[in-house]
Design a protein around this ligand. Sequence first.
Ligand code: AGP
Length: 597
Amino acid sequence: MDALRRMEYRGYDSAGIALVSEDALVSAKKAGKLANLEAELEASPLPASHLGIGHTRWATHGAPTDTNAHPHLSASGRVALIHNGIIENFASLRAELETGGVRFRSETDSEVAAQLVGRAVDEGLSLADAMRAVAGRLEGTFTLVAIDVQTPDTLVAARRNSPLVVGVGVGEMFVASDVSAFIEHTRDAIEMGQDVIVEVAADRYRVTDFDGGEAHGKPYHVDWDLSAAEKGGYDWFMRKEIYEQPRAVAETLLGRFDADRRLTLDEIRISESELRTIDKIVIVACGTAFYAGLVAKYAIEHWTRVPCEVEIASEFRYRDPIITPHTLVVTISQSGETADTLMAVRHAREQGAKVIAICNTNGSTIPRESDAVLYTHAGPEIGVASTKGFLTQVAACYLLGLYLAQVRGTKYGDEIAAVMAELESMPAKIQQVLDRTDEVVALARELADRPSFLFLGRHVGYPIALEGALKLKEIAYLHAEGFPAGELKHGPIALVDEGIPVFVVVPPRGRDQLHDKVISNIQEVRARGAYTVVLVEEGDDEVAPYADVRIELPHASTLLQPLLAAVPLQIFACEVATVLGHDVDQPRNLAKSVTVE
Ligand code: AGP
């Protein structure tokens, strides 16, 4: 149950467990949050057991009901199975099973796997061979874990395109979607590769491929402290993670210089000569990660002079993109499991592009399927709304841009060192912003009852406007929209009405007319009754006459200001959602890792 509690952020529509105990397979499962299952187990305890599986669900096929909750039992009741992902050919398999007399209990795609494995076991296959046979028939993405009442000392798992990690304990073993489930028992983990079956007993595990051949996982040591996965005194994981940002950004920047003060991105397994032949960069991501990519575009193009496109992952592969071996695709993903982004990686590689993954989750699928990886070191991000994930993605994108400029010679060493020096000063400046949140918290309490918000920005301030709006949408469930400030007059300004809060990210002064143009945009909305909340560099008094509220930011150069401007908007959204009584860490309809397309 503790492990499930740590997994709940991955999806919390329903939860269930199944155990093998004294020759019986017992299970309990309930719709809703884990607390409902706990209440059920309180009322009707299950017997003690040393072998079991558990699951928290984010519904894809079938509503979140008790019946649709995992684990699913086979028709004979001999096998219990849990599934993460989507079985795309489940309808034809279900029809085959129903023709064979199987009566399905649920509406889920997952039950198809349970029934197929159960049927294979009933026909005499071992659980591992049954799992292998079934995995070979499934299309789509899956992590499957199953137990068989007749082999009470072993569980079997299979994975394709969905997360699975093994925890090696002393006299005990674990399999899970991510290490948070078992790090209080063991920090020794084994990363599972694509298309593998793993058989696990208390003191051993065996990895084979779908054809039965020997395969291997990749051992690694989990260095996350347990406290990193706890709230540490904050009311929400999200708020804790907002306050972890100085350290997260600092750690992401750590160790990136070699003895000659040249940037080294050790996980980049693409040769410098190949990087010099790149004639286009395409960044592919979803949601907040996509906004980090939009920020990166300005920096990468400015530093490398290579055209840089930024694409929504779920759109990318369907628009027949122009990808060649001279295209560098950069994917950004905190979880490393986002199905839309993973499928875009696949498509890019099929077209011959090199792929660099910017990712926060060691051992996840997207980095494993990329040519190179640049890990952010944000630590586990439990809150569904990404905060430190976003800031460290932006920082990692800057590192990548500087590295490419170094490799391609479009920036001298001293210019790169100067940007790196400013980057390394950012954690302290982020801390300064965090030290002055009272005003933002008070503003959130004042504005929590407003039905609609606008966010404006220009240049790198525009992606921050989008990110600020998304935060408010996803945790406060309020209407919020981000626009390029210059775009307002082309239609959206009709939305401006008396008292509507309009947040505006003002670039630092001295950046040609960018600053002055944003000031005039503030005047435009203020003249129409907007309540202007202006994020502005400390000491910039030019905005004073047009700002109802000024949120001051430490000085930063234009390209690096996003690392500061995003923070008050994160705090604002977190506080509004708290005031409105929402579950900030597990907002409705959302899950932390969207492993379905
Ligand atoms: C961000 O707050 C949201 N949770 C969501 O947009 C998220 O950024 C998106 O789903 C991408 O997730 P990833 O970074 O794990 O790929």
